[in-house]
Ligand binder design. Structure first.
Ligand code: COA
Length: 379
């Protein structure tokens, strides 16, 4: 941008730049506070349900009983993914990454939603409901397809958390696990202008449809610096393998300037409030399964990173060992993030459509000027 008065170096990665107004959620990085529509995340995790949070993010207020019943019915009525999409998924290479499968299959849902096109609230909300219902279905369907198992038929009587675990495993999960998973979905639902949510807003800002915006969000979420970190945390724990090896492993990684996955945050400079809950779940799952190793290792890494770098764990750090002990395959952790974040993405997309302005920033030009074209033979 030729008129720039300050260098973009000061805003590398757009840190600290306010790029939108939003009433959906806010992160106070200094104090470690996360709110959705004014409600503290701890209050919601303690008392609410994922479906209620979905309503909150889309409507700006908690639902009345009838409204919640209606939303739950509309979501569960849409659990089943179009048969055409499932059939095509069966043709995908079995080695395909689950996030790539999710990105492609969510994009395909667009073809089979005759009412979900258009950027007016009614149509966009219709797409949001279908996506919230079906992202979990697609994730679990892929797990079963790639393992040569039958897909589990949807059960409308189950909430999103329970339905996910049921269609993944083919058996109903115990109530404490369902509640833990429900809270994990609440914790991952929204996080202001994170990379994937910003992506969805940029796409929605062009007035492209909800499916296109969410497809872009999934691609952004898949990266290891964003949602992909949770899978990498578990890979790291497995690679280290033993509590006694943690210190030397971390020292080597830091000396080689490698990032420790699940540690640090672009906004939080103190404990990520979501990590507080997931630490508890990791411990609970360890106690339930009698396998404390992963929780103990995680705690030791957390302590070492605080002592060595003054850094804290983020949302991905303890979700890794929690999901691992729930028997969820490593490469499905990031898709689970999407099963929850669809609520925040679609909330932001609805907000963007409601008061749209094309998002089109400028770049500070640092390239050459006044170059004269030289023919290829003379270069
Ligand atoms: N492990 C080791 N060092 C880390 C680190 C980590 N996880 N995260 C940041 N740092 C260090 C950087 O090396 C850098 O050190 P330097 O100043 O000596 O070069 C400094 O902290 C600042 O890092 P930077 O990447 O610029 O900070 P950021 O605010 O942009 O980083 C993340 C935010 C999340 C991208 C980063 O912390 C990270 O990559 N974490 C691991 C991936 C992860 O868990 N992502 C999920 C986020 S919810």
């Amino acid at each position: 941008m030729s008129t720039a008065t300050e260098s973009t170096a000061a805003t590398a990665g757009l840190r600290g730049v306010v790029a939108a107004q939003s009433a959906i959620g806010d992160v106070n990085g200094e104090q470690g506070i996360l709110i959705y529509q004014g409600y503290d995340i701890h209050d919601l995790a303690e008392h609410s349900t994922f479906e209620e949070v979905v309503f909150l993010l889309w409507n700006g207020r908690l639902p009345e009983r009838e409204e919640l019943t209606d939303l739950k019915a509309r979501i569960s009525a849409n659990y089943e993914a179009p048969a055409e999409v499932i059939e095509l998924m069966k043709q995908f290479p079995k080695t395909a990454e689950p996030m790539d499968v999710l990105r492609t299959s969510v994009s395909m849902l667009d073809f089979y939603d005759s009412e979900g096109h258009g950027t007016d609230r009614e149509h966009a909300l219709q797409a949001a409901i279908k996506l919230t219902a079906q992202i979990g279905t697609l994730v679990t369907a892929w797990e079963r397809i790639r393992n040569g198992q039958e897909i589990v038929a949807p059960d409308k009587s189950l909430n999103i958390a329970e339905h996910f675990l049921y269609t993944l495993r083919g058996t109903k999960a115990e109530a404490d696990e369902v509640r833990m998973f429900d809270i994990a979905l609440i914790l991952h639902a929204d996080h202001e202008l994170n990379a994937s949510t910003f992506t969805t807003r940029v796409i929605a800002g062009t007035l492209a449809d909800v499916y296109g915006a969410v497809t872009g969000g999934i691609a952004a979420l898949s990266g290891p610096l964003h949602g992909g970190a949770n899978t990498n945390v578990m890979k790291m724990l497995i690679e280290i393998g033993d509590e006694d090896k943690i210190d030397s492993w971390i020292d080597t990684a830091l000396a080689e300037k490698r990032k420790i996955m699940g540690i640090g945050h672009a906004v939080y400079k103190t404990e990520d409030p979501r990590a507080t809950w997931l630490r508890k779940f990791s411990q609970q799952m360890g106690e339930k399964t009698g396998e404390m190793k992963w929780f103990n290792m995680s705690q030791k890494i957390e302590k070492a990173m605080f002592e060595k770098k003054g850094m804290y764990p983020n949302v991905d750090f303890y979700s890794a060992s929690t999901y691992y002990l729930m028997g969820i395959p490593l490469d499905q952790y990031t898709p689970i993030f999407a099963v929850s974040r669809i609520s925040g993405w679609t909330g932001h997309i609805l907000e963007q459509y409601g008061n749209n302005k094309l998002i089109r920033p400028r770049a500070e030009y640092i390239g050459a000027r006044d170059q004269k074209y030289v023919s290829i033979d003379e270069r």
